[in-house]
Design a protein around this ligand. Structure first.
Ligand code: KG4
Ligand code: ZN
Length: 335
């Protein structure tokens, strides 16, 4: 079969990214232009600034990606773009840009869900094995999904309130560690021990999660200690918080392995970059003799390569979008 090259575009939050992906598994070129430093000044992503910066940078990101691949737009077989979920203004920049390329170069347009993109980050350079249990953990999502094949998803459970990534970010903020908080807590936790006690989020037999209670306990503890003039042992607090937050993910994944008998686990989304989570999930999989797929670090957080990987099964099915494609901020679009 002829090789298939997909030019993929991702602009759902604060990264302008493009990639050229061959046959859904090989990254020929990838560019990620992050706006993180700008948003860090405000303690989080400012949607209006994000969409303006995408507009300013998107043409440059295309040029750089094509140069790296030594290709032209006419050489690719399709244009793929993230259309949901995310910040509406940011998504729209990518969607409109993709539509223009599709129209001008007469290439099929493929719409990709951002969260499915995170899942397919596991397919880059590898084969995803089915059935599998996908633990999807990002700034907006905490879900446990059973996958029986390409694009065959069954939602087993999800967070009842905050997402785990959001919880990391809020804990980092109260400690004054800055944005994005996840990587900072991850690093700080390695220097501390599990000495603060926090309640386990949901102690039941469902696959659901809850992180707002844990978030409030950490914030309350920090505020109370400060009011009393006590010093907070930040590294210990980061480690204690992380032990509970990740412990919950591991516990629910273990329940799913036992109940379904599925021995393939994948982890997806920004929080999959967390070193403690990676090692705890690896230990769990070892215990059950299960196969574990983790995305390479570069493909954990937002990037267009995962969008190209997720677009490939749709290309094979000729599941193409029309030029009236619109962006959507809806987070539950696919399950
Ligand atoms: O997938 P992502 O880049 O964007 C969304 O689709 O939401 O995930 C971003 C989230 C943020 O909450 C960030 O703090 C978290 O992923 N994150 C981490 C780590 N790296 C990113 N959380 C914990 N440990 C990390 N190393
Ligand atoms: Zn993401």
């Amino acid at each position: 079969m002829k090789d298939v090259f997909i030019l993929a575009i991702e602009s759902s939050c604060d990264e302008t990214s493009m990639a050229i992906v061959k046959n859904g598994v090989e990254v020929v070129a990838l560019t990620i232009l992050t706006q993180m430093d700008t948003h860090a000044n405000f303690g989080g992503v400012v949607p209006e600034i994000a969409s303006r910066m995408h507009c300013e940078n998107i043409t440059m990101v295309l040029e750089e990606t094509l140069n790296k691949a030594k290709m032209k737009v006419k050489d690719v077989d399709a244009i793929a773009v993230t259309y949901a979920p995310g910040l509406l203004g940011s998504l729209l920049v990518g969607v409109e840009f993709a539509k223009v390329l599709s129209y001008v170069y007469n290439k099929p347009l493929i719409k990709v869900n951002h969260m499915i993109g995170h899942i397919y980050a596991n397919k880059i350079g590898d084969k995803m094995t089915f059935p599998n249990l996908a633990l999807v953990v990002s700034g907006g999502h905490t879900q446990l999904i059973k996958m029986t094949g390409d694009y065959e998803f069954e939602l087993l459970g999800e967070t009842e309130d905050d997402a785990i990534g959001e919880c990391y970010d809020k804990v980092a903020r109260v400690l004054g560690l800055g944005y994005p908080g996840g990587p900072k807590i991850d690093k700080l936790a390695t220097e501390g021990s599990n000495t603060y006690e926090f309640p386990m989020p949901v102690n039941d037999n469902t696959y659901n999660f809850s992180y707002s209670g844990l978030k409030s306990s950490v914030i309350n503890l920090v505020n109370n200690e400060r009011q009393r003039g006590n010093k907070i042992r930040e590294a210990d607090l980061a480690c204690s918080f992380q032990t509970v937050a990740v412990g919950e993910l591991v516990k629910k994944t273990e329940l799913a392995i036992r109940n379904t008998g599925i021995k393939n686990v994948i982890v997806a989304g920004g929080v999959s970059a967390n070193k403690y989570l990676r090692s705890e999930i690896a230990k769990l999989c070892e215990k059950y003799n299960a196969h574990l797929d983790l995305p390479d670090f570069i493909y954990c957080t937002d990037n267009a390569a995962m969008i190209g990987a997720a677009a490939y099964p749709l290309y094979l099915k000729k599941d193409f979008a029309d030029l009236d494609l619109n962006a959507s901020s809806n987070s539950n679009i696919c399950w």
